[in-house]
Design a protein around this ligand. Sequence first.
Ligand SMILES: [Zn+2]
Length: 98
Amino acid sequence: MNEHGYCSNCGMDFDGDMIFDTFMEKYQDEERALESASHFGATKTSGRWDKKIGIYDMEKDMTTHYTCPECNHEWGRWGSRDVDNSVFFKVKTKDDNL
Ligand SMILES: [Zn+2]
């Protein structure tokens, strides 16, 4: 299953490694790994790093565009085909409540 979509230009798969696995490797401790993964909206079985690069607008104080690391294709965050928007806000809200 693909969480972060594909590049509309070159078709690159933007799904990276499991977020939980990354922290598990780092801490060698399941509880700590789960705790850290939860900050990224991830669980033991879901949540992957995103390979696409977010372009941050200092003036707007938010990510407004994304770039594909493979072909440098650039697109707006609020394009009609952008499915990551809801995920982003879900994660934001979760962090705010911590
Ligand atoms: Zn691309």
